[in-house]
Design a protein around this ligand. Structure first.
Ligand code: ATP
Ligand code: MG
Ligand code: MG
Ligand code: MG
Length: 476
């Protein structure tokens, strides 16, 4: 079996051999870009080149980029664990042309790498194009043996790529792979039919070739860029799964060492679906935590730090479901570092710091986790007995304020029980608390309340609506 680390190298070598400069992954913290909380695609670090405001000493680049899709336009947090191919943190393999080659070479090389170098069976592959992109559709016909019916047209939702509310964007052409009917995970959904972009595990989206030619402006209009560029992104964990003959990303060597450690430390098994979901969440989240903390994020009560805290608390709750009575997450850091430290030396350097930060958070949340879980269990039992389905906002607020349960964690637990949280009431209570905090602040209008935040164990936090986290005001 070809190792993940070898697959990453082969991708980069393939493009280096075709005149691309290897550029290191940028940080998960976008530098100088107030429109993003976390790096969400390989192209982020080249945004200025696309916009024509910056230059590089090369016209072609390739890399493997660390990305985190937990906020803003690209947010996969709720899929993670439920399916086997969306992660919070993942690696995006990419190649770029800055005003150099365009659609022809992008398609030609993607096809060559997948089918000639890696030998993927042609009859499993599908291409998609933007419904207006006759040029790309014609190139797929000309350059590959794909029959017309496997070159499919989709609208903006699937085939017009944008990094955020504003910024470089353009029509895209994607490659999807048919893992076979057994990989469908939506068989139980009435009316489900497997298909490309059909939302089940069977047809996996592998590689997106974006033809960057516009800038989306703040007023929503598109402005033609000075030059045309290529920006591609391939899901590394997904290609590794395919090349290793696995149906799930979690069965690749990127995850199995972490999962083995989780099973050893908890004594849990993988017999039940709840266990499998929990193991996937913990394995996913520990990678996100390790990489984000290594890049300088710290758990906090707002902004990026609160996203991290929410990820950690989700993971801690799922670890508890697996039977972990003691802090467990920090003990997984060494495995992540062992497996990925070669490709990303920064996590090696920060390993101890990471473990320490995670342990402190686990201990803080651990003090209230069990009580919060007990409260939630009572609550859902009572609601069920009364035939009700709605968790009052005041109860969700109590879980938040007294027990440190972020709203999204409460909502996730509610969903598992077929319940929903009454959000309006929750938000009202949260707003009232913020107003009180502002009025009572001794720090004269310092809304970030930095001092208080550091000494706080985190359960009495100043809430920032997480749906607003992407706004620039939260990024002060
Ligand atoms: P999907 O439709 O599967 O959510 P996407 O269209 O949102 O993917 P793109 O923005 O096109 O993804 O990103 C480029 C590639 O990155 C995708 O083709 C896919 O292989 C991979 N990818 C996207 N999101 C994830 C994720 N959450 N976890 C792992 N890989 C991902
Ligand atoms: Mg997506
Ligand atoms: Mg998609
Ligand atoms: Mg896509």
């Amino acid at each position: 079996m070809k190792k993940a680390n070898a697959i990453r190298s082969e991708f980069i070598q393939f493009f280096v051999d075709r005149g691309h400069t290897f550029v290191r992954s940028s940080s998960l913290l976008p530098i100088g870009d107030p429109t993003l909380l976390f790096t969400n695609a390989g192209m982020n670090q080249f945004k200025d080149v696309f916009l024509g405001t910056g230059t590089r000493p090369y016209k072609r680049a390739t890399n493997s980029q660390k990305v985190l899709r937990v906020s803003g336009k690209h947010n996969d947090l709720d899929e993670v664990g439920r399916d086997t191919y969306h992660h919070t943190f993942f690696e995006m393999l990419g190649n770029w042309s800055f005003g150099d080659y365009y659609k022809r070479e992008a398609i030609q090389w993607a096809w060559e790498l997948l089918t000639e170098v890696w030998g993927l069976p042609i009859d499993r592959l599908y291409a998609t194009v933007h419904h207006t992109d006759d040029e790309a559709a014609a190139l797929w016909r000309e350059l590959t043996p794909l029959p017309a019916e496997r070159i499919m047209r989709f609208g903006d939702k699937e085939n017009f790529w944008e990094m955020g509310e504003t910024g470089p964007c353009g029509p895209c052409s994607e490659i999807h792979y048919d893992l076979g009917p057994e990989a469908c995970d939506k068989g139980h959904v009435p009316g489900h039919r497997c298909g490309v972009n059909g939302g089940c595990g069977r047809y996996v989206e592998l590689w997106n070739l974006v033809f960057i030619q516009y800038n989306r402006k703040a007023d929503g209009t598109l402005e033609e860029l000075p030059a045309k560029h290529v920006d591609t992104g391939m899901g590394f964990e997904r290609i590794v799964a395919i090349l290793q003959g696995k149906k799930s990303n979690y069965d690749t060597d990127l995850f199995t060492p972490i999962i083995e450690e989780i099973l050893t430390l908890t004594g849990a098994g993988l017999e039940r679906e709840e266990e499998r979901v929990a193991v996937r969440v913990v394995a996913d989240h520990i990678r996100a935590l390790t990489f984000a903390i290594s890049d300088g994020v710290l758990p906090a009560n707002e902004g990026r730090g609160y996203v991290l805290r929410r990820i950690l608390r989700r993971a801690a709750r799922f670890a508890r479901n697996l039977g972990a009575k003691e802090p467990l997450l920090h003990r997984l850091v060494p495995v992540v570092v062992r497996e990925m430290g070669e490709a990303y030396p920064e996590i090696k350097e920060q390993a101890e710091h990471c473990s320490r930060v995670i342990l402190a958070e686990e201990e803080a949340f651990g003090r209230t986790l069990d009580k919060g879980l007990a409260l939630f269990a009572d609550l859902s039992r009572n609601l069920r007995a009364e035939g009700k389905k709605i968790i009052p906002g005041a109860e969700a607020f109590k879980l938040y304020d007294t027990y440190g349960f972020p709203l999204d964690l409460t909502e996730l637990m509610a969903a598992e029980e077929g319940l929903v949280v009454e959000r309006d009431e929750f938000n009202r209570l949260m707003e009232a608390q913020r107003a009180r905090a502002r009025a009572g602040s001794q720090f004269g209008g310092d809304e970030t309340n930095v001092h208080w935040e550091i000494v706080s164990s985190g359960t009495h936090s100043q809430f920032v609506g997480y749906e607003q986290l992407q706004t620039t005001t939260e990024l002060r």
